[in-house]
Design a binder for this molecule. Structure first.
Ligand code: FMN
Length: 183
């Protein structure tokens, strides 16, 4: 796959805006777009709406939910993010991915991100998000990104000092996408 033609989908597990998590995911997508890695689209739980709470079976998902699931499943790469809630990802964020069949994200590169108040809870990347996406057979080929309140100028804007970490993850994603373009 040519990297410039890649569809990179962001999914942020926030149910209110503004959201630090959404800002983090959007910042990664913006960096990918600046590097011409592909077309980017961002969804969050607000886009899914309250119908998500009643979706127990993917086949019966309302259009707003079905659209997001389809976008995630057909993306060439994913950027996902959750706030830390009680030491793990947010429950509704997990619910979205519980709707997929095992191996639904087979081979898809994923950048996992999270925001939280406690620096110690950066462990959510390795102990919760990475295993979740490996269970779906995705390729968590990049290091994750964890941001605390100190990393933001405001909920809508990450501080400039965080940007090199994003660029490093984009370097890794670019390498992965270039690799999958080889014959
Ligand atoms: C219900 C709830 C539980 C939380 N639990 C934790 C936690 O265990 N550890 C942590 O570091 N932050 C915790 N936080 C703080 C959020 O993770 C943090 O403020 C995050 O950046 C909010 O992201 P958002 O603006 O996208 O909602 C919690 C927040 C809420 C609302």
């Amino acid at each position: 796959m040519a990297t410039q033609g890649a569809r990179i989908v962001g999914f942020s597990g926030n149910w209110a805006r503004p959201s630090r998590t959404r800002t983090l995911v959007q910042s990664v997508l913006d960096a990918a777009a600046r590097r011409s890695l592909g077309q980017t689209t961002l969804f969050d739980l607000v886009d899914a709406g309250p119908a998500l709470l009643q979706t127990m079976d993917r086949a019966k998902a309302e259009p707003a939910v079905a659209r997001i699931l389809h976008a995630i499943e057909t993306a060439d790469a994913l950027v996902v993010g959750s706030a830390v809630h009680k030491g793990s990802y947010a429950g509704l964020f997990k619910h979205v991915f519980d709707l997929f069949e095992k191996q639904a994200l087979s081979g898809k590169p994923v950048i996992v991100t999270a925001s939280g108040n406690a620096a110690a809870h950066a462990s959510v990347l390795d102990y919760h998000l990475r295993p979740l996406f490996l269970a779906l057979d995705a390729s968590v080929a990049t290091r994750g990104l964890y941001a605390t309140a100190d990393d933001y100028e405001s909920p809508e804007r990450l501080g400039a000092a965080f940007q090199p970490r994003i660029e490093r993850s984009i370097d890794e994603l670019a390498r992965f996408l270039r690799g999958s373009a080889q014959p």
